[in-house]
Design a protein around this ligand. Structure first.
Ligand code: FES
Ligand SMILES: [Fe+2]
Length: 403
C-alpha cells in the first residue's frame, strides 16, 4: 500500500471525525425499497444474476493438501466439486456425471485419484476427462472426448480459491484488482488456514450482511465490545467499481491492541492503516474481511432460502511455523464469537419485521452508504430493465468511486 494511499485514509479519518454534516453535495439517498428483501420475483433475479454469476469463495490451498484433495459445495445453488490436480492447479466441475447426472463425490471433502460415478461407474481423471465407461460397446457413436465433466470457472486470489458459474465472468485478478495493492502488505501468500465455523440464521442474507457494511450500530449493540475500542465517527469509506468497498475505522487509542491477538505472529510490513486501525473489506457480493496483521476471518454470507442464511467464518493467519495453532486462538475466536452473537441478536426479529406491513423501506445515511453501493451493483448485475420500477434503486454514488 503506497504512502499516499495510507495518508489519504489517515486524513480521511480525521476529516470524518471532525465533520458536522455529510460532505457538501452528498445526496439524500432514496429509500431502499422493502421488496428488495422480500419479493420472491426480485429475489429470484438476485439469485440468477448475482449468486449464480459472481466470484464466490470456495476454500484455501491448505484445504487441498494433496493431488486429488477435493471440497464439495452447493453454496452457489449447484453441486460443484473443487479439486487439486497433479500440477497443483485447482479445478472445479459440476458434480454431475455426463451420463445421467449421477454424483461423482458425496462427502464434503476427501481425496480421490480420479472421479468414479456412483451410478454406473463412468470414470473421470482429475482434469475432468472421461477415461473409462462400462460397456462402451453398447453406446453407439459416443465420443468420450466430448463427454468431459463440465467445468466451473475456478481461479485464485493468492492462496484463496474462488469459483464462478458464469463462463463469461471477468477474470478474478481483474475483478479483485482494487484490493491487490491493499493485500500485498500482509504477505498473503504466507497465510495459513486456521479453522472455520458456521451458524444458520433465520433472516434474508442481506439483513445480516448489511450489519457488516457499517459501524453505525456499534454504540447500540456492541456497547461493551467493539464500541470500546473503535470510534465509528471517524470511519472513512472507499467505494470501488464492481460493488467492492473498504471501510477503515480508527481505534479510539493509538496504542490499543486486541487482547485476543497478543503474542501472535504479526506481519511487519502492514501499514499504519492496518496496524493501528480497523480496515474491513467487502469483496462483492458476500465476503467481508476485517484484516489485522496477525490474521483475519473471511466472513461469508450464504443465502439458504429467501428467509434464511448461513454465516461462515474462515480464519487465516501468517504462517506460524507448522504444528498446531496456539491456544491463544481459542481466546481470540471466543472474543470474536461474542461480538458475532451481538450482531446476530436482531436478525430474526428484523426478518419478521420485513414480512410485516410495518416495513416500508430503508432510509440510509451517509455512513451507511456502502449498503446503498452494494444495492446499486445488484441492479447493474441484474440489469435495471428487468427490475420493476418500484423496486429499483436510483444510482447516486458512482461519482464517489475510487479510480
Ligand atoms: S450416471 Fe454416471 S455412470 Fe451413469
Ligand atoms: Fe456489528
Amino acid at each position: 500500500m503506497d504512502q499516499a494511499t495510507v495518508q489519504r485514509f489517515l486524513d480521511g479519518m480525521k476529516y470524518e471525525a471532525g465533520r458536522t454534516a455529510p460532505p457538501p453535495g452528498f445526496p439524500q439517498l432514496p429509500d431502499i425499497p422493502a421488496g428488495r428483501y422480500t419479493d420472491p420475483d426480485f429475489l429470484a433475479l438476485e439469485r440468477a444474476h448475482v449468486w449464480k454469476r459472481s466470484w464466490l469463495y470456495a476454500g484455501h490451498m491448505d484445504e487441498f493438501p494433496k493431488t486429488g484433495s477435493y471440497l464439495f459445495t452447493r453454496k452457489t445453488g449447484s453441486p460443484i466439486v473443487v479439486v487439486r490436480d497433479k500440477d497443483d492447479t485447482v479445478r472445479a466441475f459440476y458434480n454431475t456425471c455426463r451420463h445421467r447426472g449421477g454424483p461423482l463425490v458425496k462427502d464434503a471433502s476427501g481425496c480421490v485419484p480420479g472421479f468414479v460415478c456412483g451410478y454406473h461407474g463412468w470414470t473421470y481423471a482429475l482434469d475432468g476427462t472421461l477415461v473409462n465407461l462400462r460397456d462402451k460397446r453398447d453406446f453407439v457413436g459416443l465420443d468420450p472426448a466430448q463427454r468431459s465433466l463440465v467445468p466451473v470457472r475456478c481461479e485464485r486470489f493468492y492462496n484463496w480459491i474462488f469459483i464462478n458459474e458464469d463462463p463469461q465472468a471477468q477474470p478474478l485478478a481483474e475483478h479483485f484488482a482494487p484490493f491487490t495493492q491493499y493485500f500485498e502488505q500482509f504477505q498473503p501468500a504466507t497465510w495459513r488456514f486456521v479453522m472455520q465455523e458456521g451458524f444458520d440464521v433465520k433472516c434474508n442474507v442481506k439483513v445480516l450482511m448489511d450489519a457488516f457494511l457499517e459501524v453505525y450500530h456499534l454504540k447500540s449493540i456492541h456497547t461493551n465490545t467493539v464500541d470500546r475500542f473503535l470510534d465509528h465517527r471517524g470511519t472513512t469509506i472507499a467505494l470501488y467499481r464492481n460493488g467492492h468497498s473498504l471501510m477503515v475505522t480508527p481505534n479510539r487509542r493509538p496504542d490499543w491492541s486486541d487482547p485476543g491477538t497478543r503474542g501472535m505472529r504479526r506481519v511487519e510490513t502492514a501499514s499504519e492503516i492496518s496496524a493501528k486501525n480497523n480496515p474491513s473489506f467487502n469483496f462483492f457480493p458476500n465476503l467481508v474481511t476485517p484484516v489485522d496483521p496477525t490474521g483475519a476471518p473471511f466472513l461469508l454470507f450464504w443465502p439458504t432460502s429467501d428467509t434464511t442464511m448461513r454465516i461462515e467464518c474462515h480464519w487465516f493467519a501468517p504462517d506460524w511455523g507448522g504444528g498446531p495453532r496456539s491456544p491463544q486462538w481459542d481466546v481470540r475466536i471466543e472474543n470474536f464469537d461474542r461480538i458475532l452473537a451481538e450482531d446476530l441478536q436482531f436478525a430474526e426479529s428484523i426478518q419478521q419485521s420485513l414480512q410485516s406491513p410495518g416495513f416500508k423501506g430503508i432510509p440510509l445515511n451517509y455512513q451507511e452508504r456502502r449498503i446503498y453501493h452494494w444495492h446499486e451493483e445488484l441492479d447493474r448485475r441484474i440489469g435495471a430493465e428487468r427490475i420493476p420500477a418500484a423496486l429499483r434503486v436510483q444510482p447516486c454514488l458512482e461519482r464517489y468511486w475510487e479510480n
